[in-house]
Design a protein around this ligand. Structure first.
Ligand code: SF4
Length: 379
């Protein structure tokens, strides 16, 4: 599809098998950035095509800054995966172009099966999704029938179909706290760091799948400590997919939206940010005049795998976005029966969020004043 030669790189990621730590390799092909003149021409073409096709662009905070800007200026959305799901479902456009990774496109299709969902590159995957194959996960669930199955959004449609609840990082803690209050024991997948964080915060009985995010797993606690010494007044913002010794040093822990909100509202001029560096574009817009420093991903003698930028998010570019809009290629398909089953788990989360008035808007704030389980019902 793309006339420009794209180098293919391989990445090692955690791929647990039968509870044992294992690794595997996956590839990504990251397109080169277009030169200034081509960039302007592509952006204009995309604006025109979105209008002509009646399509709306839904982008994640980790994708290229040009794609984020285009989404906002054309009436689309740039957000975390919870708000992307809700926005895509509620928007009247019949074609959604999802700039992110595959599970985000699948979630959009599950919520809006009648809509056409396009993605710039269908091979844009996620190490958490890859590290939790549906058949092995189903066998794991079968071994623990007494547990409520809660899966993170970063999973395939088939894994979501096996779950009672799907959660995102912006609302996972609240949902697990609620399930714990109801006396439920949890089976959690796939991110072990986020699972451990929620377990520590809620005290819930949680059995964890041992997956990890390629990007967040490589933030380093010792080097972060050294960086903090260089910037003693900086606040540390951390995504909870990071290791515990990084989370332990945070002034704010949260989803991408919650971290952007913290950057806006916290009384500091400097911030050390432990999440994908694609978020810095939005942080600089949201909090002009403040300084954002990337958290360290490796020590002096080590090399980083992703260097704080997801190789699969980076597969979304201006060229392949324009091409899919023009051709209508790269449609997301989800088996309707699997989609219907997965939708129950997603709807529970969206119902919970709506009931708590937590629409994942930029405030990231929750209110505790509404009845829960308004739609699908408790799992
Ligand atoms: S940043 Fe991590 S969790 Fe997000 S898509 Fe990439 S590998 Fe998956």
């Amino acid at each position: 599809m793309n006339a420009v030669t794209v180098p293919i790189k391989t990445y090692e990621y955690d791929r647990p098998q039968a509870g044992m730590a294992c690794t595997a390799e996956a590839w990504a092909k990251v397109p080169s950035a277009p030169e200034m003149a081509e960039r302007a021409e592509l952006k204009e073409r995309i604006r025109r095509l979105l209008k002509e096709k009646g399509a709306v662009l839904v982008a994640h905070y980790y994708v290229d800054a040009d794609l984020q800007d285009l989404a906002e200026e054309t009436g689309g959305c740039v957000s975390d995966s919870l708000e992307m799901a809700r926005f895509g479902r509620d928007h009247p456009a019949q074609t959604l172009v999802v700039a992110g990774v595959r599970f985000m496109g699948e979630t959009a299709k599950i919520l809006s099966p009648e809509k056409t969902i396009l993605m710039p590159d269908l091979d844009a995957t996620c190490s958490l999704d890859l590290g939790c194959p549906a058949d092995e996960f189903a066998a794991f669930c079968d071994q623990h029938p007494d547990r409520t199955v809660v899966v993170y959004a970063n999973t395939s449609a088939a894994v979501k179909a096996r779950a009672d609840w799907m959660v995102t990082s912006s609302i996972g803690l609240d949902i697990v706290a609620e399930l714990h209050a109801q006396g439920k024991k949890i089976l959690w997948a796939p991110d072990r760091h986020l699972g451990s964080y929620i377990q520590a915060k809620t005290g819930a009985d949680m059995l964890l799948w041992q997956g990890s995010c390629l990007v967040h797993d490589e933030f380093k606690g010792i080097e972060l400590d050294l960086l903090k010494a260089e910037y003693p007044n900086a606040k540390v913002l951390v995504h909870p997919e990071s290791p515990a010794n990084v989370v332990a040093q945070a002034d704010a822990v949260g989803s991408t939206t919650q971290l952007i909100n913290a950057a806006q509202t916290m009384d500091a001029t400097h911030f050390i940010v432990a999440t994908d560096n694609g978020i810095l574009h939005k942080m600089r817009i949201a909090a002009p005049g403040k300084t954002f420093i990337e958290a360290p991903t490796a020590g002096n003698s080590a090399t980083c795998k992703s260097c704080a930028h997801c190789p699969w998010m980076a597969m979304n570019g201006l060229r392949n976005l324009a091409e899919v809009l023009e051709s209508g290629a790269n449609q997301i398909h989800v088996d309707p029966a699997v989609g219907l089953q997965a939708k129950r788990a997603i709807d529970r989360m969206l119902d919970f969020a709506a009931a708590r008035r937590a629409k994942a808007l930029p405030t990231g704030k929750l209110e505790n004043n509404a009845p829960m389980f308004s739609g699908v019902g408790p799992a």
